[in-house]
Design a protein around this ligand. Structure first.
Ligand SMILES: Cc1cc2nc3c(=O)[nH]c(=O)nc-3n(C[C@H](O)[C@H](O)[C@H](O)COP(=O)(O)O)c2cc1C
Length: 315
């Protein structure tokens, strides 16, 4: 049977995993606005899952909403045994694949040896990858990473090391860890990444990430580089939650407000809820670019519950 990566269109478009953003509630909002071909969860720590105290929290991050499938579970950590343990549970939880986060630049994550810190410990990264793959019950295992930790040309060794493991897909955020998101993505390296993939693991799907803020922008890149398999959009969804629409699309004020209402409804209906405060980061997505928008946002920031927010919005 074909795995999920083999069934996607070419090119395909995915919503980037974003901690504190792409939880089950927001993924349903995006699905309602315009569905990407593939969703990812926020990253989940393998050692939390392995720990009795952390397991419940880990599992709550791995809840799948009805509109999610196909969805990939993204996991991170540095303990190879813990990668095995979590990987072995993901098929039963309903995931179509497992993605290993070897690119997160967060200081705490890196201090714990995970995310982009893996670029500096390639042997450990390979061990974690192999453990995940051996224990995945047949789910395809992919990797999301950056070009390097400190220097751009690290990509030659680092991505070669990963490609030698034949991941089902490799998503490259076109920056180093050191660059964070402060410089433009290095689109100029795409031909070299394609050549590496072709030479080492032609069956690995190559996904480009960084600064692509809409399907239309990604399609432009696809026309230039038709050998690329897929594109991942992250912050573009803040600019426009309809960014996965087939044609460039500017939603009206009413459409954005209706989507906010959907967001509040889904939040209220969710059984495992994050604190109300965490909802506030989303308001600017929906309330912008109309007279009075900033006053309305200020009022919403003062609310302490969805009931209060609904009152302010006359929902
Ligand atoms: C708030 C936030 C949270 C993120 N969390 C994750 C994460 O959990 N896993 C991951 O692989 N990348 C994470 N990222 C990185 C994005 O997936 C993506 O690589 C990055 O934003 C660049 O893509 P963009 O320019 O399309 O936003 C996060 C980014 C942001 C802005």
């Amino acid at each position: 049977m074909k795995n999920i990566w083999e069934t996607l269109p070419k090119p395909f478009f995915c919503l980037a995993p974003m901690e504190g953003v792409t939880d089950a509630v927001f993924r349903q909002v995006v699905a309602r606005a315009a569905r990407p071909d593939l969703f990812f969860t926020e990253f989940t720590n393998v050692s939390s899952f392995a720990n009795e105290k952390g397991r419940e929290n880990a599992l709550s991050r791995l809840k799948i909403a009805p509109s999610d499938p196909p969805i990939i579970a993204q996991i991170w950590g540095k303990n190879p045994e813990h990668f095995s343990a979590l990987a072995s549970s993901l098929k039963d939880l309903g995931f179509a694949g497992i993605d290993l986060n070897f690119g997160c630049p967060d200081k705490n994550v890196n201090r714990a040896g995970g995310g982009a810190a893996m670029i500096k410990t390639p042997d450990l990264a390979v061990e974690c990858f192999r453990n995940a793959k051996e224990n995945s019950n047949g789910l395809p295992v992919s990797v999301k990473t950056r070009l390097g930790f400190s220097f751009l040309d690290e990509y030659k060794n680092w991505l070669s090391t990963l490609l030698k493991e034949s991941p089902a897909a490799l998503t490259v955020h076109l920056r180093t860890r050191k660059e964070m998101s402060k410089v433009p993505a290095h689109f100029e390296l795409i031909p070299e990444l394609l050549a590496l993939r072709e030479k080492i693991s032609p069956e690995t799907k190559l996904i480009i990430n960084g600064d692509l803020d809409s399907r239309a922008a990604a399609l432009e890149l696809s026309e230039k580089f038709p050998a690329l398999d897929g594109f991942m959009i992250g912050r573009g969804v803040f600019k426009n939650p309809f960014c996965f629409k087939k044609e460039p699309y500017s939603p009206s004020k009413d459409e954005l407000l209706s989507l906010l209402r959907v967001h509040l409804d889904l939040y209220d209906a969710a059984d495992s809820k994050r604190p109300y405060e965490t909802l506030k980061r989303f308001f600017k997505i929906y309330i912008k670019d109309f007279p009075g928008a900033s006053d309305l946002r200020v009022k919403l920031m003062e609310t302490t519950s969805t009931a209060e927010a609904r009152k302010v919005l006359n929902f």
